[in-house]
Design a protein around this ligand. Sequence first.
Ligand code: PHE
Ligand code: ZN
Length: 878
Amino acid sequence: MRTDTAQIVRLEDYQPSDFLIDRVELDVRLHPTETRVTATLVMRPNPEGRSDAPLVLDGEEMNLKAVSLNGRTLTAEEFEASPQSLTIAQAPRQPFTLTVETELNPTANTKLMGLYRSSGNYCTQCEAEGFRRITYFLDRPDVLSVYNTRIEADRDDVPVLLGNGNRIESGSIDGSDRHYAVWHDPHPKPSYLFALVGGRLGRVSKTFTTMSGREVELAIYVEPGKEDRADYALDALERSMRWDEKIFGREYDLDVFNIVAVSDFNMGAMENKGLNIFNDKYVLASPETATDTDYAHIEAIIAHEYFHNWTGNRVTCRDWFQLCLKEGLTVFRDQEFSSDERSRPVHRIAEVKTLRARQFLEDSSPLAHPVRPTQYREINNFYTATVYEKGAEIVRMLKTIIGDDDFRRGMDLYFERCDGTAAAVEDFLRAFADVTGRDLSHFARWYEQSGTPRVKVKGHYDPDARTYRLDLAQSTPPTPGQAKKEAMAIPVALGLVAHDGSAMSASCDRVDQRGVFLFDKPEDSITFTGVASLPVPSLFRGFSAPVKLSLDLPNEELLVLLRHDTDSFNRWQAAQSVAMRLLVYLSTGVEVADEDIDAFSAALCSFTDRNAQDDPAFAALVVTLPSEADVAQEIGQDVDPDAIHRARSEMRRRIGQGCAKHLQRFYETLTVSGPYSPDAASAGRRALRNASLDLLAAADPDTGEALAVRQLESASNMTDRLASLSVLTTLPGAVREEAIARFGDRYRNEPLVLDKWFTLQAAIPEDGTLERVKALMQHPAFSIANPNRVRSLIGSFAMLNQVQFNRADGAGYRFLASIVLRADELNPQLAARLLTAFSTWRMMESTRRSHAEQVLRSIAQKPNLSRDVGDIVSRSLE
Ligand code: PHE
Ligand code: ZN
């Protein structure tokens, strides 16, 4: 077991910086292996810092060439330098200028942090602590500086030079084949928002006029030849800018907004000031290469990064413990944007599906942590579903509790007070407390306490008194470092539904005008009066809080909600709850009467039938069963993935047979005519049609195969083509293999499409899949150094293929471990992320559990693990 206690950073130890950097002049001379960086830092002691402290600048793998103070070169005795830090013990007590020259090798940078090369182009990634890989610096988010960046490079190899802010100068260097550009960003920013790009890039652009009438040039840079694939992203950017003006009153604040797409990127995208850098999969789209889901993701991520301009950049974070301050809030904002641009109920269901699949899973795993963590060993490991998605749910709950108008007033106050500062979660909450006069200290517990609260509810109807009482109890399970839990402030949006579907005129004085009851004690009861008949309670409407509800409604009552609830989310939830109950029974050997499955299937048919034309996207969600991973999470212990797989296959078959007539009709009638458009309405028709195909194939493989083959050949867009290939992957045989091979050949020069092809194959729930995945690692397009390739092949195998990753012989675990160790030598962030697939190991049955434990222990014993992997493996074993 690893005994190394790499340094732990604690929230309670926060101290303001002893020095400040007001201005940064960077001179970067790009070269493939010997890039020279000269950083001139205009500094002064921080009045809020210690007055006797040495100056200690952060570095990582730095190669120092020269250092001078106020223009005088320092002698070896006057400073101490290592690759990790630069210390000047006797730093001046008045303002001073420090000049540091370093040399970097961007070609050798495989961590994709700091300055690196992707497809030959130069780019940077500085969040969270990558700037220290470019120069020595006070690399912490509460040190804000105004940057001037001069970039110089070979004119032919690197024609495009981009930096933060506005370009103020450019030209050629006489007598050489080099040119330069100077960029100035007037907005003080922390180093993590710094970026530069140099390369050979194609460009699309348009002009945007802001609400106050200023003109902004919007541009997206992509691999030359792929310009037309950036049009959708550019349009999404314009819509995001308009939306933020309208909904939050936020205007853009520079003359240009640039986005660059790169092929090698650890995350989705990065909000560098005025120069967002994107994983190209979240920019590039064409009907031939991108699915409806890809388009929706592009729209959401373009919006997310743009919205950071105010929530993250203008108001930034005091320290990395406050990460949710920008991420949770910005996810909330991008979710609201997508809801406004598309269908709100459909989007809400999609949000909750990911929240449950990723965040609830994390919250019940050894990696559980609060939305605002209190300590970390490696901050890169805290860009999690908890910080992002649960962080967004907290903002949404706040809005639910205080109402739309006060929410907007609170946001305005937050921006007004905190603009230009590095803020903390407390500053955010204080704005809302001040505009509403409410005490939000109890609510703040959502940031501190980890684990998913469970809310148990029982209903009691008294026909004589015509009252209906709900008894509620809440508890939160223990999580690492938090054995005992306090009650949370949980907003419960609720209503009552009569069995015949009619509206009930019941009332309850504990429920506010918005239909919300704030449940903030361990136990509570609320009583409705004037309840004319036995109601069905509809709780957590719109998923008003990120909790697990235990309420044992019989299937018939859930089906009443599916039919009649006015809340769409709960209509969907009702169907899911019935499906989940049946799946859990079937998976764990509890007997299920045929009639129960038939009744459910009949309810699905008639529900889908009624909604297929008006809201096919919603109907598609309703007919989609919980995933195998969802069922495993629900069972929670001694999980047998094979049994779950058999149960789910059986249910799909039964529903497919039971609803065959309807499904065939949807398949025939929900075609979309005309050229492909990614709009939500057309996407919804494709979604239901393809969900129907999937169920038809489950019911009758021969028919399914014939339909899928025909669709694969005739499809005019990637959504339909991929959906049919996906159906074929569930049907073993020569037809499938032939289809897979042809698809791979057709798209051999399209890496982003091959990623989908890798993913489909890695997810095949059959014994040969591990060998298939190993063989695909030899495919010319695969590279262990490219995060998208690794995630789509290896990540999908580990995260999507429940039966094969969790093979009873442990081979899936051993395979993942070997890849994690290989990847760790190149890219620790990528390796650590893959390793989180083990976070479910404790819920497996004992054979699998002991294989997983053995594998984790063997990883932990390896020498020279990165801090990223060391942190995940040790927490996974705790
Ligand atoms: N801040 C990025 C976002 O918008 C995520 C990110 C984190 C990207 C770290 C790169 C590195 O969510
Ligand atoms: Zn973000």
